[in-house]
Write a protein that binds this ligand. Structure first.
Ligand code: ADP
Ligand code: MG
Length: 260
C-alpha cells in the first residue's frame, strides 16, 4: 500500500475535493483505496455520504489508540473505496497528542498494521494547518500531493510547506517525496488564473501535474448529495479532470502499486 498525504496549510484550495474525487478515480481504475479523513471538519466523510451516526469510530480514535484500524474503516457507496471518517473530537487532538509518546508517529503506526493485501493506495485528507495532524500524515506517507489554487497568492505559503517537508524528511521520514502539485479551480476565461498556472509551472516544473482541475460547479454541488462528482455527474469537466489526474498519478507511482 502506498500512502499519499493531500496537504496544503491553506484552506479552501481543493484538498478535500481532490481527496474524494481522486480516491474515486483511482478506485474506478480498479485500485483498492482507503481514504483517511484527518480534518476535524469531516468534509471528506460528509462528501462521501457518511452521516454522523455512521461514524462509530474515527481517525481520532485511531490516533489516541481507542480502536484498531479495522474497527474504524467503513465501506463507502463507491466500489473499492473505504474510509476512516473524522469526527469533531479530532479538533482537540493537536493538543491532546502532545502528551503521547511518539506523537508524530501515531498514524504511521496504525497504517503499518494494515493487512498488506487489503488496499493498494491510502489517501489522507489533511486539515488546513501544518500542525500535529498534518505532521502525522507526512510521517505516515511515502508521498505528498499538493493542491494549489490558481489565484494570485498560489505560491505564497508553499515555501513554508516545503520547509516542513524538509524537516519531516531529515527527522522522521527520509523517504517522503512530493508526488506532484495539482492546480485547482482553473478558469480558462480568466487570464489571471492562466498567468498563475504559467508562473507555478515556471517555478516548479515537472512537479506540476499536466492535468489542471477546472473551476466547475458540479464539483462543489456533489458533496451536498453525499457522492463524489464522479458519480454525481461523471461527464462534467471536473469529473473528467479528476479521472485524468488519477491516471497521471498512477503513472507516477512505484510500479508494484500501479499494477494491481
Ligand atoms: P480544502 O479541503 O482545501 O479546504 P475544498 O476541497 O473543501 O478545499 O474546497 C473549498 C471549496 O471550494 C468547497 O466548497 C468546494 O466545493 C469548492 N471547490 C473545490 N474545488 C473546486 C473546483 N475545482 N471548482 C469549483 N468549486 C470547487
Ligand atoms: Mg478540506
Amino acid at each position: 500500500m502506498i500512502t499519499i498525504a493531500i496537504a496544503n496549510q491553506k484552506g479552501g484550495v481543493g484538498k478535500t475535493t481532490t481527496a474524494i474525487n481522486l480516491a474515486t478515480g483511482l478506485a474506478a481504475t480498479g485500485l483498492r483505496v482507503l481514504l483517511v479523513d484527518l480534518d476535524p471538519q469531516g468534509n471528506a466523510s460528509t462528501g462521501l455520504g457518511i452521516g454522523q451516526s455512521d461514524r462509530v469510530h474515527s481517525s481520532y480514535d485511531l490516533l489516541v489508540g481507542n480502536c484498531a484500524l479495522e474497527d474504524a474503516v467503513i465501506p463507502t457507496r463507491v466500489p473499492k473505496l473505504d474510509i476512516v471518517p473524522a469526527t469533531q473530537d479530532l479538533s482537540g487532538a493537536e493538543i491532546e497528542l502532545i502528551d503521547y509518546e511518539q506523537r508524530t508517529h501515531r498514524l504511521n503506526r496504525v497504517l503499518d498494521e494494515a493487512p498488506p493485501a487489503r488496499w493498494d493506495v491510502c489517501l489522507i485528507d489533511c486539515p488546513p494547518s501544518l500542525g500535529l495532524l498534518t505532521i502525522n500524515a507526512m510521517v505516515a506517507a511515502q508521498s505528498l500531493l499538493v493542491p494549489l489554487q490558481c489565484e494570485f497568492f498560489a505560491l505564497e505559503g508553499l515555501s513554508q510547506l516545503l520547509q516542513t517537508v524538509e524537516r519531516i524528511r531529515s527527522r522522521f521520514n527520509t523517504g517522503l517525496s512530493i508526488l506532484g502539485v495539482a492546480l485547482t479551480m482553473y478558469d480558462k476565461r480568466n487570464r489571471l488564473t492562466d498567468q498563475v498556472a504559467d508562473d507555478v509551472r515556471a517555478v516548479l516544473g515537472d512537479l506540476v501535474f499536466t492535468t489542471v482541475i477546472p473551476r466547475n460547479v458540479r464539483l462543489s454541488e456533489a458533496p451536498s448529495h453525499g457522492v463524489p462528482a464522479l458519480i454525481y455527474d461523471f461527464r462534467c469537466s471536473g469529473s473528467e479532470a479528476y479521472m485524468s489526474l488519477s491516471r497521471e498519478l498512477i503513472a507516477r507511482l512505484p510500479r508494484q502499486e500501479a499494477a494491481a
